[in-house]
Design a protein around this ligand. Sequence first.
Ligand code: HSE
Length: 440
Amino acid sequence: MESRQLKQVRIGLCGLGTVGAGTVNILQNNLAEITARSGCNVSITHIGARRENPLCNTGSIKISSDIFAVADDANVDILIELIGGTDAAYELVKRAIANGKHVVTANKALIAKHGNELFALAHTKGVTIAFEAAVAGGIPIIKALREGLAANRIEWLAGIINGTSNFILTEMRDKGRAFDDVLQEAQALGYAEVDPTFDVGGMDAGHKLVILASIAFGMPLNLDALNCEGITDIQPDDVRYAEELGYRIKSLGIARRTANGIELRVHPTLIPAKRLIANVHGVMNAILVKGNAVGPTLYYGPGAGSLPTASSVVADIIDIARSLDVPLAQRVPYLGVPNDQLKAQPILPMSEVETAYYLRMSAHDKPGVLSKIAQILSDAGISIEALIQKEPQEGHHQVPLIILTNRTLEKKMNAAVAQIEALNTIEGKISRMRVESLEG
Ligand code: HSE
């Protein structure tokens, strides 16, 4: 049989942390599959890292402590950016593009913040920037949204897109563990960001949501308009009451097309416990996407970790390798439509977003308290869907009161909550969370 001369594809890998080590391991262990699928000899020729990682064997690969030496190396065709952050990574990717190299990155913050500029630069240089690993780790959601669902007008998407937060919420619910204790474990397992406030504060999910929304709705990346809340205020009581009401608390990223603009929000959300996505536990991620032709679709898999994230990095390498000779205009555009056809759309402020609500308050155990609260809600056009009132504990005069409301505009709920908090029969602040039915 005649043997075919395979094209050499030379990889420059910057960053040898959790995902970098996974990328080295996959490129070594799955070489036969990678060669067959790319039709190329893919090999790492240069690594930019300050130190070796014992989790992978770099053998005789050249290692430089200066990552820019990789971006300037004429023996590199594709630069893999796995250093994270938005300072050095931004400069590195720009340098690689300027030098005519394709780029693969797992850096959601970089794409969400600087993607519009980087895609424009890459376009002028005729190179690809691939970022499958930036969203939902090992789930090929970018490819699904950009190619598999290309026939659809996307109506909405809602995802569990931060593995660390989902891991924490799952452990709190199932094992009653303390927040900080679980967060430390997530850090030890390599799930969390270097600064874990990005995870628990919602920003990591926000970066990913901004990317998904741009592809879904054909608009430029718009990080400034993101509405973002984390999971740090969730109390064990909320987890329990949500279960009692038939719901589960998940940190969701939601992007929805409405008549007045696009909703772009990350926050803790009560969702019916019977939904498939409510049963996504631990570090697993899942994204529900509703297309007008296909209906609701669900994508599930590990959202963080070494090999799962590296699986997406290497898939991007294969994609680029097999189409190295294809002109940029014939490749799939970065955000699904060509840069110059992206259309900016208004993003709704949270005050204009309509959802149902979960409210938890501490009320005096006196006649008439409940009717006053019901009156305030009713005057605001908000109806009560469910209510739990517990007996006061012995020696206490306050009772926990939990209310589920129907859908209302956030600004109406804000006004009603302020009025209820002003009642002298209500103690302290009202805890509230948004509720989504996620019906297809
Ligand atoms: N810190 C991120 C997470 C890693 O927990 O989901 C994957 O992006």
